[in-house]
Design a binder for this molecule. Structure first.
Ligand SMILES: Nc1ncnc2c1ncn2[C@@H]1O[C@H](COP(=O)(O)OP(=O)(O)OP(=O)(O)O)[C@@H](O)[C@H]1O
Ligand SMILES: [Mg+2]
Length: 261
């Protein structure tokens, strides 16, 4: 059993796409996966075909129950089945934007998500937490609950700039809260094999961090199919199963499984 948090404070780098595709990839290896939408934008929830505003219960209800310590809602109460029998989803909606404020006043405020996940840890092979784009207390909760953190990184120079800040946050969490936290690795997304720029950014990153942090061999190419898949309520692996993007995420899944077994 492994909890992987997918984090990068930069927006739009492929966190949610990676969460959905990795879940699908793992399920094709008969792994049971729980996806946790830890973002008030609820992109992951939407990409599975749900309408966040119509949901009666979301992870926010479990979070408030955990903060108040009244046991009124457990994670099982809010978990939804998806069209893939191997994947369950803990959904989110805009209410989760209140969580940051609620957490500030909570006792052991960094450990709320960890406590929330406790009852279902044994029920799944993988729990994937799709983080919001910030280094807030929400992300600290995800890093504190996780066994490892996966960093999707857009292969462009500006996107790379935030990496050092993310790594220093991870190190702080390792030192103070979760010494067992590992960096699973950096996954380059939205690459373009034809441009020199993509390749240069990957090389520069490997040179700067490669001795300390794994950079996955597989990179995810830029493709318009990625934008179409969520609208169809599917991950790229089911929407365009033979596309380069789907094949890349399958290879990436195998790298993750190799690392984790
Ligand atoms: N490899 C790719 N090629 C082309 N488009 C992609 C690729 N990966 C993701 N996208 C698209 O880029 C946009 C942002 O991706 P995604 O939502 O996965 O990023 P994110 O990091 O989760 O964003 P946020 O920080 O807002 O949560 C989406 O429209 C998605 O469909
Ligand atoms: Mg997202």
């Amino acid at each position: 059993m492994s909890v992987i948090c997918i984090a990068n404070q930069k927006g739009g780098v492929g966190k949610t796409t990676t969460a959905a595709a990795l879940a699908q990839g793992l399920s094709e290896h008969n792994k049971r996966v729980l996806l946790v939408d830890w973002d008030p934008q609820a992109s992951l929830t939407i990409s599975f075909g749900f309408t966040p505003d119509n949901l009666k219960l979301t992870c926010y209800d479990v979070l408030t129950s955990t903060i108040r310590n009244n046991g009124s809602r457990s994670i099982r109460d809010v978990t939804l089945p998806t069209s893939n029998p191997g994947i369950d989803l803990v959904p989110a909606n805009i209410e989760l934007s209140q969580a940051q404020l609620d957490l500030v006043n909570a006792l052991t405020r960094e450990l709320m998500l960890k406590e929330m996940l406790q009852p279902v840890r044994k029920a799944y092979d993988f729990i994937l937490v799709d983080c919001l784009p910030s280094l807030s207390l929400m992300t600290i909760n995800a890093l504190s609950a996780a066994d490892s953190v996966l960093i999707p990184l857009q292969a462009d120079f500006l996107a790379m700039k935030g990496l050092a800040l993310l790594l220093s946050t991870i190190i702080r969490v390792q030192e103070r809260i979760n010494p067992a936290l590992e960096i699973l690795g950096i996954l380059f997304t939205m690459t373009n094999a034809r441009t020199l720029h993509s390749r240069e950014v990957i090389e520069v990153t490997k040179r700067a961090f490669g001795d300390r942090i794994r950079v996955f061999e597989t990179t995810i190419p830029t493709s318009v199919r990625f934008k179409e898949a969520p609208a169809a309520g599917m991950s790229i692996l089911t929407y365009a199963p033979r596309s380069d993007g789907a094949e890349a995420y399958r290879l990436f899944t195998e790298e993750v499984l190799h690392e984790k077994s």
